[in-house]
Design a protein around this ligand. Structure first.
Ligand code: NAP
Length: 298
């Protein structure tokens, strides 16, 4: 019988990729969670065969019903909606308690490192997920933690290349020449599906995703190759200077890039390809997303 997986964030990047991959596999049924069942994305999920239910991580009483009868649950929390660390921790603990109470057999949580603990400086969107990981472990949930790195998709959303001259654009990702792990977030669904398929193998493990580990200069070269005559360059801004840019969350992101450079968190191309052999390289992703990239540059 197909196993029922409840997917949080199913209308978003990470959960959307997970829901898509599970819907393509007869071994699974998908219960997609949203706060708004009438959105286009929720309707599209329903049209593709998902059961769409309304629940919110901010309302613990809605979580039990969303998990009822589920074999597994994929959980992603969205720090960036409120930029509030305590709220994200509360959401993570609420779903952990609900999964425990419902007897869910396999919880896959999209976590991250507790940077404050490891590096001694704050990075709230990491620290919150790190604290939730610690809580989930402490209550002995049957866990797999997945840690997503930088998304390729950031180049068409939050970190669009900035135009500096007629055809020249700068990538404002302050890695200071260091390599950085990255994935297409939408493309990681098959990796999460493989984790649900092989519960015994992945239970109790933490998987740091990466489909490509390149410098930002290499990102620029690949973008220049596919989007010529436009030319892309890596910014020479430091992570500390980025942290001072003043927009909401700039300091958190600056510290994140600094953490990535100084502590090189454990992300594995090898493990990711073991779970999802066709995980897209940056080159492939750019080739397939030229139109969206060009639109973002307009
Ligand atoms: P996204 O595309 O913005 O989607 C957010 C999803 O979260 C939506 O499906 C939304 O559902 C759902 N959601 C938000 N609040 C909710 C609540 N209270 N209850 C239930 N569902 C809720 O987000 P994403 O990119 O998949 O994930 C965001 C997270 O990824 C952030 O915490 C960020 O730190 C982390 N991350 C990002 C990167 C990166 O490079 N960008 C890398 C690693 C990790 P509805 O609106 O339909 O309710």
């Amino acid at each position: 019988m197909a196993k029922l997986i409840t997917v949080f964030g199913a209308t978003g990047m990470q959960g959307g990729g997970v829901a898509k991959a599970l819907l393509e596999d007869q071994d699974f049924q998908v219960r997609a969670v949203t706060r708004n069942a009438s959105s286009d994305k929720a309707k599209a999920l329903q049209a593709r065969g998902a059961e769409v239910v309304v629940a919110s991580l901010d309302e613990p009483s809605t979580l039990g019903p969303a998990l009822q009868g589920a074999h597994g649950v994929f959980v992603v929390t969205n720090y960036w909606e409120y930029l509030n660390k305590e709220r994200e921790i509360k959401q993570g603990k609420a779903i952990a308690d609900a999964a425990k109470a419902a007897g869910v057999k396999h919880v896959v949580f999209s976590g991250l490192e507790n940077v404050q603990k490891i590096a001694g400086f704050p990075c709230p969107h990491f620290d919150a997920k790190g604290q939730v990981e610690e809580y989930m472990t402490s209550i002995e949930l049957p866990m797999t933690f997945v840690r997503y790195p930088f998304y390729y998709e950031n180049y068409i959303s939050s970190l669009k290349p900035q135009k500096v001259e007629d055809v020249t654009y700068v990538l404002g990702v302050p890695m200071e020449g260091a390599e950085m792990d990255a994935v297409s977030a939408a493309d990681m669904g098959p990796a999460v599906r493989a984790i649900f398929k092989n519960r015994a193998e992945w239970l109790g493990r933490t998987v740091g995703f990466s489909a490509d580990r390149l410098t930002v200069q290499q990102h620029a070269e690949i973008l220049s190759k596919h989007l010529a005559p436009k030319v892309f360059k890596a910014s020479d801004m430091t992570a500390d200077a980025f942290a001072q840019l003043g927009f909401p969350g700039a300091d958190h992101l600056g510290n994140m890039f600094k953490f990535n450079r100084l502590h090189n968190p454990d992300r594995s191309v090898e493990l990711t390809r073991q779970l999802h052999p066709a995980a897209k390289s940056f080159d492939t992703w750019v080739a397939e997303n030229k139109e969206a990239l060009l639109k973002a540059l307009d």
